[in-house]
Design a protein around this ligand. Sequence first.
Ligand code: SF4
Ligand code: SF4
Length: 447
Amino acid sequence: MKTFKKGGVHPAECKLSAGSPIREAALPKQAVFSMFQHIGAPAKPVVKKGDMVKVGTLLGEAGGFVSAPVYSSVSGKVTKVDVALDASDTRRMAVYVDVDGDEWEASIDRSTTLERLADHPELDSQTIIDRIKQAGIVGMGGATFPCHVKLCPPPGTKAECVIINAVECEPYLTADHSLMLEHPDEILEGVELIMKAVNVTRGYIGIENNKPDAIRLLTDHAQSHPNIEVVPLKVKYPQGGEKQLIDAVIGREVPAPPAIPIHVGAVVQNVGTAFAIYEAVMKHKPLIDRIITVTGKSVANPSNLKARLGTPFQQLIDECGGLPADTGKIIGGGPMMGKALISLDIPMTKGSSGLLIINQQEARRAEAQPCIRCAKCVTACPMGLEPFLLATLSSQHMWEEAEHNDIVSCIECGSCSFTCPSHRHLLDNIRLGKQTVMGIIRSRQAK
Ligand code: SF4
Ligand code: SF4
């Protein structure tokens, strides 16, 4: 069975909410919409205090080409346009809406009738990309890169295939898995739309073999999509990394930055993004909700919730049995790449794939010991880096050497920290070093 070649680790899967059907979360009393739910320029608010909005009303327009508009997921009254804390622990501009009823914009098709691309010859590549851009679709796997940008290959490059990331290799998270089990046909139509957008005739859906039910179901439904192949993959973290997935599925290696997947002919999109694209193009539905896994060993009812963007995390946890008494840490995302949250007042955004509640015992961090030069971190690194060296260079502020040793290629997967027997805080140091070196490179390029 296929997998990527370099490095990788096998953390305990802990998929506690696997098999739990998608539940619709209740509407919040107040929804808060950050204008910064994507990579790139923040959206610019186009509403003001006192405005009445519906589900699907534009709240913020895209702030540039690499940006995405933000739409209301609720109906009600705008009470303020002001800063709000987000999951990155930063205060950013946001629109606050007090919820009243659940009135939708008439342009959105709320029916569950399956629309097939084959029945819509009017949908050419540009129309599909325009609708995706207009709907504010971003990478739903957590990267939140505006989708339309990836669908417009830079000059000199050409897409050869579309690869759908349905790996969900982060422990605990099951949002994508539940989506595949409940919406296989919509996902397949979404893949067809992406393929048409970038003018390719080959699509792959990579799924790890710890989800045999999803592999079976999608393979079965793909019978009527002869250009789409479901590719079962051997379980290995971080197979959901773009470069690792491309290697696993089509055996091509993406060179070091600034090279990107399109340089080897691949356009990679998350399976949740494929579903959102289906809804955007076929149902005229902007990105206003998503599936989020709320989970943890002490959580009473680990769940996959379909929740409106802007809903406070506290409410989502309450819907799964409340915050356990032994909570040690709350993480936005999964345990390997997620970030600790400092408040539950934070609203859900387009990139919110999971809320993981770690108990006090699990949250305890072992004290870092001296490096024993075992090279386990080197063996685990899927990017072929030397994590022990990068962490040291970073902690000693040796930025030039860190750049020379390719710190910017780090995908922040945490495999090095996970595998280190000395419990060294490798990822923390490397992440800091990567940010600093990227800043240095940017200012050098700006001169
Ligand atoms: S976090 Fe970076 S350095 Fe560590 S294993 Fe992952 S890619 Fe390698
Ligand atoms: S795994 Fe830890 S102890 Fe081993 S070489 Fe890497 S940093 Fe050192």
